[in-house]
Design a protein around this ligand. Structure first.
Ligand SMILES: *Cc1c(COP(=O)(O)O)cnc(C)c1O
Length: 422
């Protein structure tokens, strides 16, 4: 417990809920000051991929911090950024030829939207409508809230959010209406379509097929609508492949990456663009340059961490590790499915999710059940943060079978305490 004058994110301080202090971490474990261990079942909000305090990433950060800590990136460059751009160019889809740096997932999305609008302006076509998917999440800034789901979390800002066209989430069996709506919006001259490939994270770990993803990409290409893949959460192996887009064998026009980019150690984001998007801004006219920057664009320490992350991907058996975690997740999910309160169990690679059916209680992000479950998991030394009545696990890839067992044992106990529905 702490008394510091901090205003925490997504926290209602009026409820006086305990805010535990973590003093150090290693792998999938967080430790309190007294040495007690908490299992990190959600990769500290979806960022930690190789585990906490990975020695290679920590060392890269330390070495870079004492060599070159920060340098303006407008008109200047440095080796860690150059190396990272070359690394990303080699790793990511071939058509994504340019790397633009920023510091968070939200910013990478803002940059993607600005690139798309610049593309159409400089081509001399009046296209500025953005198409989005129901239940999407792309960040908490005004622009990213505009392209995300509307609800209690952005009611106060609603008057400032810009207008978009929403297409329905492609629920199993209802995919055609999603595709038809996208086709209609593209025919009407939409500038861009932004979507989370395969898994809508904050919207409740909603999953849809690679086939639908491929179809959506094809429709956008047909009408010239730019396809923006927000892989901030799904990138870096989360869904079983390096990118979720890989499963549909597609490449977006613009790609947003952040969370796992530095292995989760330090903030950094990139927006990768295809050559036509870059080209639209290329000119001898300074008025056509891309007007975006932030103080810490391509911070050398963050870039060094990202290069260390990529070295780990190169040197360690990442796909094997991810496949093994996915297999264990599937086995645990199969066990849970027998419980009468467990509904709609689903999985995408290392992410497992299900709904807790609560007959008489309202569902949704602010439902009481979510905070009750959060407290029960905290008491069991597991960091799990249900989204409404959706429980999901998304652990670091290095989690041991024993640690994963402990997470599911806690879930089993919580379900038991909630009681049977029969
Ligand atoms: C987390 C997330 C973001 C926002 O990233 P921040 O680093 O929190 O700004 C954007 N898009 C998706 C899909 C995310 O999951």
């Amino acid at each position: 417990m702490t008394e510091a004058p901090i205003w925490h994110p997504f926290t209602q301080h009026g409820l006086q809920e305990p805010i535990p202090v973590v003093s150090h971490a290693e792998g999938a474990s967080l430790f309190r000051k007294d040495g007690s261990e908490v299992i990190d079942a959600i990769s500290s909000w979806w960022v930690t991929t190789h585990g906490h305090a990975h020695p290679r990433i920590a060392q890269a950060i330390a070495e870079q911090a004492s060599r070159l800590d920060q340098i303006i990136f407008a008109g200047w460059t440095h080796e860690p950024a150059e190396e990272l751009a070359r690394n990303l160019r080699a790793l990511m889809p071939n058509t994504l030829t340019r790397v633009f740096f920023s510091d968070s997932g939200s910013t990478s999305v803002e940059v993607a939207l600005k690139m798309a609008l610049g593309y159409w302006l400089h081509r001399g076509e009046a296209r500025h409508r953005i198409v989005v998917m129901d239940h999407g999440y792309h960040g908490d800034t005004i622009g990213t809230m505009s392209v995300g789901a509307r609800g209690a979390f952005n009611r106060a800002y609603e008057p400032l959010l810009f207008d978009v066209t929403s297409i329905p989430f492609p629920s199993p069996g209802a995919e055609q209406s999603t595709l038809d709506a996208l086709d209609r919006a593209c025919r009407e001259g939409a500038a861009a379509f932004i979507v989370e490939p395969l898994v809508l994270g904050a919207g409740g770990m909603l999953m849809y097929s690679a086939q639908t993803l491929a179809e959506m990409r094809r429709i956008c290409a047909t009408h010239g609508t730019l396809f923006i893949a927000d892989e901030v959460m799904t990138g870096w192996g989360r869904t079983g492949t390096l990118l979720a887009c890989d499963q549909a064998d597609i490449a977006p026009d613009i790609l947003c990456l952040s969370k796992g980019l530095t292995g989760g150690a330090i903030p950094l984001a990139v927006t990768m663009a295809s050559e036509p998007v870059f080209d639209a801004h290329l000119s001898i006219d300074r008025a056509r340059m891309f007007f975006h920057s932030s103080s810490y664009t391509a911070n050398p320490i963050a870039c060094a961490a990202a290069n260390a992350n990529i070295a780990i991907w190169r040197d360690e058996p990442m796909m094997k590790r991810i496949a093994s975690l996915a297999e264990r997740q599937a086995a645990h999910l199969a066990q849970l499915e027998r419980h009468s309160r467990v509904q709609d169990a689903r999985q995408a690679g290392t992410i497992a999710a299900f709904e807790v059916s609560i007959a008489d209680e309202p569902a949704g992000y602010l439902s009481d059940i979510a905070s009750r479950m959060l407290a029960m998991f905290r008491e069991r030394d597991v960091l799990l943060r249900p989204l409404g009545n959706t429980i999901y696990t998304m652990p670091p890839y290095c989690i041991t079978p024993d640690q994963l067992e402990r997470i599911y044992a806690a879930i089993g106990e919580v379900l038991y305490l909630l009681g049977d529905t029969r």
